[in-house]
Design a protein around this ligand. Sequence first.
Ligand code: IP8
Length: 257
Amino acid sequence: MMLIKLGGSVITDKSQYRRFDKDAVSRLCREIAESGKQAVVVHGAGSFGHILAKRYSLQDGYSSKEQIPAVAMVQHDVRELSSMVVAELLEAGIPAVSVPPGSCFVMDDGKLVIGDEEPIRSLLAMGIMPVLFGDVVMDRKKGFGICSGDQAMEALAEMLKPEKAVFVSDIDGLYTSDPKKDPDAKLIPEVTEEVLKKVSTEQSVDDVTGGVAGKMKEMLDMCGNGMECVLINGTIPGNLQNLLEGKEVKCTVARAI
Ligand code: IP8
C-alpha cells in the first residue's frame, strides 16, 4: 500500500487565501486511480490553513481568547478543502472519506495521538480510502496546536506499514541550496541524516510547519522497516503515476541507515 501526501503547495495557491487548484487535484487523483495501487491520501492545508494559523499563532498553542474564533475558522476552512479533495477522488473512481484529525484525535504536546485505530482500519477493510489532512487539533498540554499533514503521515506510516510514503510537492526534491536563489543548486537524489546536516536550511516556504529541510527530517524519522519516503514534484503531469508504478522519476528518496 502507498501512503501519499498531496502538499498544500500543489493543491492550493499558497499566496491567496482559500484558493483551491481543482485542475491539479483532479489530475493527481486520476493518476492515483490509474496506477491501480491501493493508497491512503493525506493532504496539506495550503492557503486554507497556514494564512490564518500564522496570523493567530495557532502553532504555539493557546495564549489568548482572541485565537478561539481562528481555531474554529481554520478547522472550517480545512474541512472545506478536504471535501473538495474527496470530491476529486470520487470523480476519479476512488471511494474516499475525510477523517479530520481535529475531530477524531488529540495531540499530546504537539504529537498526534491516534488512540483508536478502528475507524481507519474499518474504512480500509471496506475498500474505502480514509483521507486525513493538516488540521487544528486539541492538545492535552497546549490547549490546541497545528497537526501538519506530515505528522498524520508519520502516524499512519507507523500504523499501516506502507510500501512507500510519497510526498507530492511543487519542487523536484531536496537541493544542496535554495534553487530559487542559487543557480548552482543540485538535486540530492538520496538523503540520509549525514547528508541533511550539510544542507542549507534556507529552502523554506512561508508556512507554520517548516520547510523542505524540516520535511526531510520528518521523512527520515519515518523511514524504517524497509519503507522509503520519496519527495516528488506533483506539478509535472505523470510524475506521481510513474512513481507509483515503479518507474524512474526525478525525486529525493529518504533512507534511514
Ligand atoms: O499543510 C498544516 O498542515 P500542512 C495545517 O500539512 C494547518 O503543513 C491547519 C495549518
